[in-house]
Design a protein around this ligand. Structure first.
Ligand code: PSU
Ligand code: MN
Length: 296
């Protein structure tokens, strides 16, 4: 194992014993949600993973190390006083070399988890192609990393702040296998969505099997999407989002946090409630899949 990988005692023991582990990102706690929603949700996420019989491993970079699994006090501190930058996959070596603190996005978390030998990762919504891409090509590094890292990612589809149509085209071009868990439509983070893309699978055993087959045939992982447990109508969402889209910075790491925070404000916290619910339900599904992989 590379000397900069630093699993907690619990994660290291789980790895050695072949117990199911769910990798989790930290950017959502540091840049995505604000205090106290971040800490409330982080606790619920870890609890859900444990209830299903898996070990949570939140990923965080500091002191020249990639950490897997934070203690409750360390995670609470991070949520209460957010610090560190937002790390995409390409930022990992720079952050390690400069011993900087950083929260991992989906792309950075996937690469880190792969280095440690983890298989299952859970998040809220993955990044994709931003609106206005034809004028300013802002494509999330999440896409390329999902294509080349053989991990299974559970999410509630792509964020409605993105160009969903263009993101689905990108998923197709990059040949990322997509499995819709118990739904006919590809979810759009805050709602069930309307497009049919990917394959519908109805059990975690089927998903575990499809994941293994994907590794055998393509040498890559997959994206598992499920509907958010509560939702907001896209019409209302768009009304809230409208002004935010007009004032959003063009490109850069601030775009996604800006739009999510804009929605949180303009919806009076309603999007935050949906976001919290889907993060917990995705973590729970990821844990069930991780357990099914071990039993399969
Ligand atoms: N999903 C959320 N909240 C978030 C993110 C996803 O519910 O904050 C973060 C993830 O870390 C994801 C990142 O990888 O946003 C995508 O950012 P960008 O569009 O800049 O690549
Ligand atoms: Mn971007």
């Amino acid at each position: 194992m590379a000397d900069f990988l630093s699993p907690s005692m619990e994660v290291a023991t789980a790895l050695a014993n072949g117990q199911p582990i769910v990798a989790l990102e930290s950017s959502v706690w540091v840049q995505g949600l604000a205090w106290p929603a971040n800490w409330e949700t982080a606790q619920q996420v870890e609890k859900a993973v444990r209830e299903e019989g898996a070990i949570p491993a939140v990923i965080w970079v500091e002191d020249g190390l990639v950490h897997f699994g934070l203690s409750d006090p360390a995670l609470e501190n991070l949520c209460r006083e957010p610090r560190g930058s937002k790390l995409n996959v390409a930022d990992i070596p720079g952050a390690l070399a400069t011993r900087s603190a950083g929260a991992t996005t989906v792309s950075a978390s996937l690469r880190a988890a792969e280095m440690l030998g983890l298989k299952v990762f859970a998040t809220g919504g993955v990044g994709g192609v931003h609106r206005g891409w034809n004028e300013h090509p802002d494509l999330s590094a999440d896409l390329l990393e999902m294509a080349r890292t053989p991990l299974l990612t559970v999410c509630a589809g792509v964020k409605c702040v993105l160009d969903v149509e263009a993101t689905l085209e990108a998923l197709e071009t990059m040949a990322i296998p997509v499995y819709r868990y118990q739904t006919d439509t590809f979810p759009e983070f805050f709602s069930a969505g309307t497009r049919t893309y990917g394959w519908r699978l109805d059990s975690v055993e089927e998903i575990a099997r499809a994941y293994t087959l994907g590794k055998q045939t393509l040498g890559r992982g997959c994206l598992v999407v499920q509907e958010p447990p509560t939702s907001i109508s896209p019409k209302i969402l768009h009304k809230w989002l409208h002004k935010g889209l007009a004032t959003v910075p063009k490109g850069g790491k601030g775009v996604t946090p800006y739009l999510l925070q804009y929605l949180a404000k303009s919806s009076n916290g309603q999007t935050v409630e949906v976001n919290k619910g889907l993060l917990v339900s995705n973590a729970r599904l990821a844990a069930k899949i991780a357990v099914a992989m071990k039993n399969g």
